[in-house]
Structures are given as structure tokens and as C-alpha cells.
Design a protein around this ligand. Structure first.
Ligand SMILES: [Zn+2]
Length: 483
């Protein structure tokens, strides 16, 4: 009997191992296309024009104090674009949306399923310019590096698109379908005046958009565990956003004879419970796709781990939950961002307020999350209100077909040996405003990002290398030629 059981267990184990090895061995990377349609060129003075673009200061300021100055600067910026890219501006239809954003349409042979490229003209403020290696708005080129605010977020995309389109049109080429360049002017402060208006305008005019490409990811180096080559990550979705306001209202009194269950004690207890709680983690959707598609590019151990997620996903989840950035890709996160209470050192505060910010995974229902938080707090003295500005995660774009396929081909031609994988953006981009314009939204820009340059985005010493800028132009010319 025992022998029989042993035999059965050994056979099952053997079958399991065979299944794992089978999946591991038959997982292959995509072939790199042999036709090298590389439009290798070093557009004369392109990098210098990029440096000039850095000098236009359209700075996103949450208080809106810069609005007037920004509109003046935007008009100067638009005029500079028109004179620097005369072919683009003379051979396209240019529309100014809401005074600051630009919609540039290059007519193709057909006017359905246009290809749309987003970028934004504004930048985030500089916290302390004196700490920068070079002044952030001078556009200093030293050797082969350009320094300044916006060199990676997002004037690099604006200028690379314009340089590429100028070159493409000068070559006398016409795309199959319309190409639309849409430059918003207030992405860094939510996009309500720019992207949201452009999206509304497109819907109102029933413009047919086949796919949208925007920022979010690029060619990422050293961020996918187990991958020894760069990963060209295309964000198929972005997480949602919700804010919960907590309030405890209990009569206060003199601090010389406090009650034990005063407002601050009740709030602290509630926040403590919330801190010790996590929403469920799920390895599905674009993130599961990321690991499945990265697996063929990995060494045997990782390949085995990631190409057998049907078996190994609990282990992989544990690894991903170990670091905050990867943890944020597989679950809805929450954190206390504001705490208010008290008026005087000797008065027990009658009202305590706190705010919890949630970043919502695709598939999670915000009302269900709210109820979960309420049941975790489990104290009806804590009033929980959902702010009305919440939005669920975006829909997940298809991982093949129009847009994705062409981006993939251009990535493999221009960037060579990289792993092309899907992903999900854990912050927010302008794309959320374009839901309903098309169901194909791809968050990818053809720039290299790694631990060396990522800290410059919204941070100190933002910079870009000349060759990375020209490679992006190559990419867009190649891509336009496939559309
Ligand atoms: Zn940006």
C-alpha cells in the first residue's frame, strides 16, 4: 500500500517537473525583425533646438498662481515651434485648445483610426535651483548631455515627435492614416485645462482615433527582477485614485482631566488599524503579462519561476510584496496623507480629521474598498467619507493589434536586444482623460530610464544624453513609417 502511494506521489512529482521544464523550454523570446529600416540620422541642430525648448518656463503650480504667466509663455513656445518646425506647421492642421494646448493633425491617406501621440508642455516646479549642477531653465549642453527641467518629463517627447515629424514630412512621406500630435499644457496639475479639453473636443467632433501613445514607461534598465537586459515596458493601464476623509467628533474639555476615549485616542486607534491592514494582492492582468513575456529573456532559474506562474505565483507575489514599488503593482495601496486636530496645548481636541489616499488596482471597486476600510476601523465614532474626485483604474488596453504591434516592431528595430513587455502605470498620466476616445492606450516613450536618470524626473539635475534623444527621433520616424 505504502509503496503504491509512494509510486503515485513520485509519478505526480515527475509529471509536475516535466510540465514545468516543458513550459520553461518552450518559452521563446520574439524574433528581432531582420529588416533594419533604421532611419539613422543626426538631424542638424536637433539637440540645440531641444535646449531652446527647455528655456520656455511653463511651470505647473497647484495654486494656479502661474496661470497668466504660463499662457503668455505658452504663446511664445507655440510661435517658436512654428518657426523651428516649418514643414510640420505648414503641412498640418494646427488647432489651439483652451489657449495653451496644441492639436496638430497630419493628414494621412485615410481619416479613420488616426494614430495619436500625447506629450505635455508644462513641467513641475524646481524646489531649489541653487542645488542644480546647471540652472534648470537655461538648457545647458555640456559635452553630450543636456541639463534642465523637462529634459525627461516631458519636453523630450514633444521635441522628439516634432523633430521626427519634420524629418518624415521632408522625406515626402504620407502616413496611411492621420497622425495627431496632442500637446497638453497642464498635465502636472491634473490635465483638466489641457488633456481633458482635447479629449472632449475629439469626442465632440467625432474624431476617429485608432490608438494613443503617451508617457508612463520607456526602455527600463534594471527594474525587472531577473532580467539582464532592458525591458521596453508598454503600460496597458493605470491605477485609479480615491481619497477617504476620516472624522472623529467627541466633545473635548480640559486637558487636566481627560477622558480615555477622546477624539485623538479614537483616531490614533483607527489609523493604527488601517496601517496594519493591506488590501489583497493579485498577480493578474498586465503585471502577470509582464512576467510571462519577460520570462523567455531570463536565465534558467528565473525563466522557470516566471514561465510557471500557475504554480509559482504565491512565491512571486511574496517577492514583489517585499519592495514598495513592486508591491504597488499587485495591489491597491493606501496611506494616511493628512492628519489635523487640536487648537491649544491644554484643550482636548473635539474634532480629529485624517485623510487616506488609495491607488486602485484594475478590477477593484472603490465602493467595496471604502467598505473594507470601514470594517477594518470597526468603530462607528469614526465617520468615513469618500471624496467625489475618485476614479477607478483605467480599462486595460489589448496587448496586440493596432498601435501595440507597430510600437513593438519599432522598439525591436531601434533598440535591438530588449524584452518587450506589457505593464501598468502606478501613478497617473494624461491618458485617464482619454477614456472613451479609444480603447487602445499605450503608455510608452522611446527613452532609456534607469536608477541613474529617474531621480531627475520631478527631482534634481534632470538631464538627457544626446544619443538617447536621437534614438527617440529614429524611433518615431520608424514608427510613423509603419502607421
Ligand atoms: Zn510627464
Amino acid at each position: 500500500m505504502l509503496k503504491k502511494i509512494f509510486k503515485a506521489v513520485s509519478i505526480s512529482l515527475l509529471l509536475l517537473l516535466l510540465a514545468m521544464f516543458g513550459k520553461t523550454l518552450f518559452t521563446h523570446a520574439d524574433e528581432i525583425p531582420s529588416e533594419k529600416q533604421l532611419w539613422r540620422f543626426e538631424n542638424a541642430n536637433g539637440f540645440e533646438r531641444f535646449s531652446q525648448a527647455i528655456q520656455f518656463q511653463v511651470v505647473g503650480d497647484d495654486e494656479g498662481a502661474n496661470q497668466e504667466a504660463n499662457l503668455v509663455e505658452l504663446r511664445r513656445f507655440h510661435a517658436w515651434m512654428a518657426s523651428s518646425y516649418p514643414t510640420v506647421f505648414s503641412k498640418s492642421t494646427v488647432e489651439v485648445i483652451n489657449g495653451g494646448s496644441l492639436l496638430i493633425t497630419i493628414a494621412g491617406r485615410e481619416h479613420v483610426n488616426a494614430s495619436m501621440f500625447l506629450a505635455h508642455l508644462d513641467v513641475v516646479p524646481v524646489a531649489d535651483a541653487s542645488k542644480w549642477k546647471f540652472p534648470p531653465y537655461k538648457g545647458v549642453i555640456q559635452g553630450d548631455t543636456l541639463w534642465g527641467r523637462g529634459t525627461l518629463d516631458d519636453k523630450n517627447v514633444v521635441i522628439a515627435l516634432l523633430e521626427a515629424m519634420e524629418m518624415y514630412l521632408k522625406l515626402g512621406l504620407t502616413p496611411q492614416r492621420d497622425i495627431v500630435l496632442a500637446f497638453g499644457h497642464d498635465e502636472e496639475t491634473g490635465g483638466t485645462g489641457g488633456a481633458a479639453q482635447i479629449a472632449q473636443y475629439l469626442k465632440k467632433n467625432r474624431r476617429s482615433i485608432g490608438f494613443i501613445a503617451d508617457e508612463g514607461y520607456g526602455v527600463m534598465e534594471g527594474i525587472v527582477p531577473g532580467l539582464n537586459k532592458p525591458a521596453a515596458i508598454v503600460g496597458l493601464a493605470e491605477k485609479g485614485f480615491a481619497t477617504l476623509d476620516l472624522e472623529v467628533n467627541i466633545p473635548g474639555g480640559h486637558s487636566a482631566w481627560p477622558k480615555p476615549d477622546n477624539a485623538s485616542a479614537v483616531m490614533v486607534e483607527a489609523l493604527h488599524k488601517i496601517d496594519n491592514f493591506q488590501f489583497d494582492a493579485r498577480l493578474d492582468g498586465p503585471i502577470r503579462g509582464l512576467f510571462e513575456q519577460a520570462a523567455p529573456h531570463m536565465n534558467f532559474g528565473y525563466k522557470m519561476l516566471f514561465s510557471n506562474l500557475w504554480l509559482t505565483s504565491p512565491l512571486v507575489k511574496m517577492v514583489l510584496l517585499g519592495k514598495e514599488k513592486t508591491a504597488a503593482t499587485i495591489r491597491t495601496t493606501h496611506v494616511t496623507t493628512l492628519i489635523h486636530g487640536g487648537v491649544k496645548e491644554n484643550v482636548v481636541p473635539p474634532i480629529l480629521k485624517a485623510t487616506i489616499n488609495l491607488r486602485v488596482l484594475p478590477g477593484d471597486d472603490i465602493q467595496v474598498l471604502r467598505k473594507e476600510i470601514i470594517s477594518v476601523i470597526d468603530d462607528d465614532r469614526v465617520k468615513v467619507t469618500l471624496r467625489p474626485d475618485f476614479h477607478a483604474a483605467t480599462p486595460v488596453s489589448p496587448v496586440k493589434g493596432l498601435g501595440y504591434d507597430q510600437i513593438k516592431q519599432s522598439v525591436l528595430v531601434v533598440f535591438g536586444d530588449v524584452a518587450m513587455v506589457p505593464g501598468m502605470v502606478i501613478t497617473g498620466t494624461d491618458c485617464k482623460n482619454y477614456i472613451g476616445v479609444t480603447d487602445r492606450i499605450y503608455r510608452f516613450v522611446p527613452f532609456r530610464f534607469n536608477n541613474g536618470n529617474l531621480s531627475g524626473i520631478h527631482g534634481l539635475n534632470e538631464h538627457i544624453e544626446r544619443k538617447d534623444f536621437y534614438r527617440a527621433i529614429d524611433f518615431y520616424v520608424d514608427l510613423f513609417n509603419r502607421l
